[in-house]
Design a protein. Structure first.
Length: 124
């Protein structure tokens, strides 16, 4: 799976939300200032070439649909960050979240509960 630019990710988030759409549908969902139709159409073609979208043709209209789920994309993106920026260390990720993202005590407690629950599942 090829990397996406920030703009391509924005367009994909719209496709994940709509599931199936023509270019004009996506254009309506984009925030102002909206890109020219042709720019968006080119981006959709790039996403198709990268393997994220496919289309069905109805007359002169192409309806696009996703080939990659949002969940799969999130997993792949996180795994890339995890491996390349945190050296595969869970401790480094958590340390970053606590220090840089100012994780609250309540959020830390919720994380601890998730960890405890995960440990219980592994022991069963």
């Amino acid at each position: 799976m090829q990397e996406l630019t920030e703009y391509e990710e924005q367009v994909m988030r719209i496709f994940w939300k709509l599931e199936r759409a023509i270019v004009r549908d996506v254009l309506l969902e984009l925030p102002e200032p909206k890109p020219p139709y042709t720019t968006l159409a080119s981006t959709v073609k790039v996403l198709e070439k990268k393997g994220y979208l496919a289309h069905k043709t109805y007359g002169k209209t192409n309806e696009y649909y996703t080939l990659v789920t949002e969940s799969d994309y999130k997993k792949r993106s996180f795994n890339h960050l995890f491996k390349n920026f945190f050296n595969g260390s869970v401790e480094s990720v958590l340390s970053f979240l606590v220090k840089e993202k100012k994780v609250s005590a309540k959020e830390l407690e919720e994380l601890k509960k998730l960890i405890d629950k995960n440990d219980e599942t592994k022991e069963s």
